[in-house]
Design a protein around this ligand. Structure first.
Ligand code: SF4
Ligand code: SF4
Length: 220
């Protein structure tokens, strides 16, 4: 092959290579895009996605079922049974609240998004949302405090619970004292009553048969 032929062969291969490359570029220019301009554009999440937990504290009855179901112990609840005279209101599902929830924290850094806490909740106040942007510089900011009772309210509630416990203890003491007094009275009455006299041996001994009664009447 001469140098002249080599020259045109190289030119042909160069143009062919450029044409192949440009055809790929042109095809991709009109293909549907697969990237998003995040964070300006965000991808829609699936309907049942499990991301950040949300809690509606107003509906919480303090049953602690969610904390017991959590496999990584990231729900921290503190509760106190309210006195029976206390009216804590109702949930939106109509259940009466009987327990003070003094603390309700979820450490979302530990959460594995299993959703096991959501299903046992009787008032449906726990939900998994589609929120996935909640990164923090400080890890402590990932502990979410859902409780709404202030320290002052907690102290007042503790005072009421303590007063109720003291009243119940006093009532029990009075009832126990009354029961003991009744028992002592019954024992004293039993001691004052004379014991029944046992029958004499003569009364208990067998009597001889009555001859007259056994003699048949004479025929006339
Ligand atoms: S989603 Fe799972 S890990 Fe997270 S708080 Fe609920 S039970 Fe615990
Ligand atoms: S299961 Fe629901 S109602 Fe019970 S303590 Fe947890 S969040 Fe509150």
């Amino acid at each position: 092959m001469t140098a002249f032929t080599n020259y045109f062969s190289d030119v042909y291969r160069t143009f062919r290579s450029v044409a192949i490359g440009m055809s790929v570029t042109m095809r991709q220019m009109f293909a549907p895009v697969v990237t998003l301009q995040y964070p300006n554009v965000k991808k829609a999440m699936p309907e049942r996605v499990r991301n950040r937990l949300y809690m509606n504290f107003d509906d919480c009855i303090g049953c602690e079922l969610c904390a017991k179901a959590c496999p990584v112990d990231c729900i921290d609840i503190e509760v106190m049974k309210a006195p029976p005279t206390e009216n804590l209101g109702e949930t939106s599902t109509g259940q009466k609240k009987r327990i003070y929830v003094t603390k309700f924290d979820i450490d979302i850094a530990k959460c594995c998004y299993c959703g096991l806490c959501v299903y046992p909740c009787p008032t449906e106040c726990l939900k998994m949302t589609d929120v996935y942007e909640f990164s923090e510089f400080d890890r402590n900011n990932l502990i979410y405090n859902f409780g709404t009772m202030t320290p002052m309210e907690i102290e007042v509630a503790k005072g009421k619970v303590k007063q109720n416990e003291e009243e119940q203890a006093a009532k029990k003491a009075v009832a126990a004292a009354q029961a003991a007094a009744a028992k002592a009275t019954a024992a004293a009455q039993a001691a004052a009553t004379p014991a029944p006299v046992p029958p004499s041996p003569a009364v208990l001994a067998p009597q001889p048969p009555d001859k007259d009664a056994q003699t048949p009447p004479k025929a006339e």
